[in-house]
Design a protein around this ligand. Structure first.
Ligand code: ADP
Length: 254
């Protein structure tokens, strides 16, 4: 098992991303996120938010500039060091990326696979240890669905599956949680609960939280720092009370 992950910090220096040599999806952005901070990336669809999260998670290499995790440039790491660094990032994908036809516990336990040897991972999947079951149950309890441990994942509602995805990321014992539009498939009342939960568990566990959010009202309510993204650039980076209403308007104007 890899060493425990401390609360993560992130730095981007002049990062550019072009897919297949096309226009810039990220256009020279720089950023510093301190350990334990909570940041929401807001902006219209296609602005570059997913790309940004993927670069921060070390799953997409920028075309230019550098991305650092805990002070180490990701492009200077060996493949095994990069794997270890990435194992400290819990990523909640927009499409959740859950295995539908298995019990919830299996999905949760897959969270730690990146931090174990191949054989240990295989054994965990086939026959989880008592400790793993207890931990998975505690985490599911914390996210409000403790009773679903042995339920088939595809029998749960969208909101419950969202919580399974969060539980899986937490089971990984990460130093940061990155969430890409975590409430895009959840109704507005539940969306508020999910974002509140994300913030609460991140604070409890001292995790750095980076979240892309379409919903400006939720971002303003729950996050102390908002970064407005449009056409691959940062339009503002400030606490919600310091962003002028016209900056929000401008962000979403066609
Ligand atoms: P957002 O998350 O804000 O909707 P994305 O990061 O998904 O934005 O996309 C930013 C830009 O990059 C868009 O123009 C999108 O079409 C393009 N893009 C994203 N992923 C790919 C990809 N895999 N191949 C080509 N273009 C991509």
């Amino acid at each position: 098992m890899s060493p425990p992950c401390g609360s993560a910090c992130f730095t981007l220096r002049d990062v550019t991303v072009r897919y297949n040599g096309g226009p810039a999806a990220l256009d020279g952005v720089s950023l510093r996120v301190e350990p334990g901070e909570a940041v929401a990336f807001v902006g219209p669809s296609g602005a570059g938010k997913t790309t940004l999260l993927r670069v921060l998670a070390g799953s997409h290499r920028p075309s230019g500039g550098t991305a650092e995790l805990n002070g180490r440039a990701l492009d200077a790491l060996s493949p095994s060091e990069l794997r270890e660094a990435r194992a400290c990032i819990g990523f909640v994908h927009q499409d959740l990326s859950l295995i539908p036809n298995v019990r919830v516990i299996k999905n949760v336990i897959t969270g730690r696979l990146g931090r174990q040897s191949f054989w240990r991972s295989l054994r965990s999947m086939v026959l989880p240890s008592r400790d793993q079951v207890v931990t998975a149950h505690e985490i599911l309890d914390r996210v409000g669905i403790g009773e679903k441990l042995y339920e088939r994942t595809d029998r749960l509602s969208g909101g419950q599956q969202q919580r399974v995805a969060l539980a899986r990321a937490l089971f990984q014992e990460p130093g940061a949680l990155l969430a890409d539009e975590p409430v895009s498939s959840v109704d507005p009342a539940r969306a508020r609960d999910v974002i509140g939960l994300l913030r609460a568990v991140s604070e409890e566990r001292k995790l750095t939280l980076l979240c892309s959010l379409h919903d400006l009202a939720l971002a303003r309510e729950f996050f102390p720092r908002l970064i407005g993204v449009r056409q691959g650039r940062f339009m503002f980076d400030a606490p919600p009370t310091e962003v002028a209403p016209r900056s929000f308007d401008h962000l979403y104007r066609m």
